[in-house]
Design a protein around this ligand. Sequence first.
Ligand code: NAD
Length: 267
Amino acid sequence: MENFIKQAAMDLIRSRYAIALTGAGISTESGIPDFRGPSGVWTKDPEAERRAYERFPQFTVDPKAYWEERLDSPSLLGDLDNIMPNPGHYALSALEKMGRLQCVITQNVDNLHQRSGSQYVVDYHGNTFKLRCFSCNVRYAQEAFDLELLRRENELPPMCDQCGGIVKSDTVHFTEPIPSDVVTKSVEEASRCDLMFICGTSAVVYPFANLPRMAKYGKDEATVIIEINAEPTPLTDDRISDYLIQGKTGEILPRIVEEVKRLADPH
Ligand code: NAD
């Protein structure tokens, strides 16, 4: 592992435009369960995964019932208000401050990259602290609507004050299309980068899992692709990643930061 950490730091220093893709694994050390790891939400409760497939069809057919059910259901991920970023998140924000990392594209909905100080974050599957107009994609802070009041006054679903469209949670449900602005930004970043970290994702959720393939095969210039994950993934097996640093993101990413500092300033 030591050699791979040194290699990753050298690759990063040589890179022109590095980005990071992240998944639920980077937040497990903050106490948020992942979905498909050994203690994951779906691993332990496959019925919860089946129910999750019902959310988006319900929104399209009956947005009022969608909101009522959402207000009555506790988050599968726990109390995200009181969860803190961990050393993995802080390492990525440190790399951004050092000018070594340009962007984080995360599948996570937990807002922890932003809370750790990262400035340029693309929430690929939305952000649980935001709502989004399903027609025009405008995002609202969740406090912009008093959802309980709307429920009491029989005025759910919330409506967009920009275009009159129906507002849903910003989080992207199974079978829901990725918002078009997010697709555009992510494809731009994956096409532009010459180094991609992929941290804590099983890489089985599409279209997110296409981004590494796009970086690898979508352009003439070679892209160095480095996975940091507790276990091998299809990206490892299909040799999309150049190498896997196997272990915890909260331990490996800070060590890469230290190594970059050491190499950049050997004194
Ligand atoms: P996943 O659950 O499918 O896979 C997580 C991967 O991370 C697994 O391979 C696991 O072995 C690995 N892992 C777990 N802890 C790790 C650690 N400390 N260090 C390194 N690797 C670790 O997650 P996914 O690929 O992101 O897909 C799940 C989907 O569910 C995502 O799209 C996301 O939107 C959503 N989700 C979000 C959160 C969150 O916001 N924190 C949590 C669970 C699920």
